[in-house]
Design a protein around this ligand. Sequence first.
Ligand SMILES: Cc1cc2nc3c(=O)[nH]c(=O)nc-3n(C[C@H](O)[C@H](O)[C@H](O)COP(=O)(O)OP(=O)(O)OC[C@H]3O[C@@H](n4cnc5c(N)ncnc54)[C@H](O)[C@@H]3O)c2cc1C
Length: 436
Amino acid sequence: MTPCNGKNSPKILIAGAGIGGLTTALSLQAAGLGNIQIIEACPRMRAVGAGINIQPAAVRELTELGLGRALEAEAVATARLQYHHRYGGLIFSEPRGRAAGYRWPQFSVHRARLQELLLAEVRRRLGAAAVLTGRRLLHYEQAASKGQRSVLVFTAESPRPLRCDLLIAADGVNSAARAVMHPHEGPPLGNGIWMWRGVSEGPPFLDGRTMVIFGCNSQVKAVVYAVSRPDTTGNCQLNWVVETHGDAGPAAGDTLPAAGEWDQSAPAEAVLAHLDDWRTGFLDLHAVVSAAPRILRYPMIDRDPLPSWVDGRTVLLGDAAHPMYPTGSNGASQAIVDARVLAYELAHCEVDEALSRYDALRRPQTTQLLAAHRRLEPDRLLHQVEMLAPDGFTDIRQVLPAHKLVDVRSCTRHVTGVDAAGLNARSSWNVPVRTA
Ligand SMILES: Cc1cc2nc3c(=O)[nH]c(=O)nc-3n(C[C@H](O)[C@H](O)[C@H](O)COP(=O)(O)OP(=O)(O)OC[C@H]3O[C@@H](n4cnc5c(N)ncnc54)[C@H](O)[C@@H]3O)c2cc1C
């Protein structure tokens, strides 16, 4: 196996400067692979999105890339996850991150802060020209010249294709590369749920590090967590999502908004109408929703798993490879893990072998996760609680037997994906790089 770092370093083009694409560039560079260019469709990198979570497995990877301290300064180390009835009663609570035995925390952070941090680090480590904005990948073709295999990358902005030895497509859920690789797939799949999202300034609740979930998504569900520590006014940034189902949401199979139009602004009243009789006790959800300067509405979507992520010298990564429902807080985490595995394999094997090893490791793992997200397992139990106690309760043990609550723990583990002992014991994917 001839590794492709050092003198053999191929010319690598990454499509998409999202969390996956930027982490890939940093991972390749850290593994000794030079010659990296990112193309990004947006003409200017804008601070967009709301809160995301980074699971300990991905925090480990960012820490081993030297970003642990910077991330910690931007994020909240999530300590607990709690499920509550819409009238406030506590259904279930479990520790997260370090409190759950991981050597690395789980972080809640604003997506824009994370993207800015990664982008600044890419520019610092790879040079200001490493990210070419305003270049949208349209399609690619495999090519060969003088016995060397390469990829021609066609963009919307220029008739002249870019040539590279390897195209890593991290161009998100509406990936253009995926559409070339799997031309009959069609648009993403909706599951009938709409998500209203916002980030509001407000006082922290509970310990300031707890993610809370109210209600159940067979009716209405709300998720709230802090993505910043309190500032000098005592307020922090609270990320929230309200999910509605049935008449208020797109039916499975409905035509969904086209690429780039999936974040549609909505007024607070549209959200509050679903929370009319809610009494969430320790957190004034109505005030949180009303305080959001901007509310966006997204359909909950994913795609079916693929039979392959590799086509010649083109490979899919992150949401381009395995978009899944955000219910397990896994989108960014899985993209980060993909990036590190791919860089590790490229540093140890020649390109074809590396791509096939990456595909063999990551595709089954993410396929399993995707299926676990689709089962919406914790939601089934929340639904059961709602049916048994529509008017709320003071003690969940009067509603459900204890073993049912143990089931929730195993459900959340399915979607979080990695056991703490396994992650803590695994050797690092850092690649020792020899300097000349
Ligand atoms: C604008 C935006 C806001 C988001 N907000 C949230 C959020 O609030 N919460 C959450 O959990 N998840 C959010 N996500 C999704 C989340 O970031 C991803 O699930 C996760 O981080 C995986 O990252 P990714 O890099 O694979 O994909 P993405 O983060 O989607 O990044 C893909 C990148 O590729 C670029 N791109 C797309 N098409 C092309 C093309 N043809 N050529 C070149 N570049 C292209 C996009 O502009 C984007 O920068 C958001 C994604 C986007 C794009």
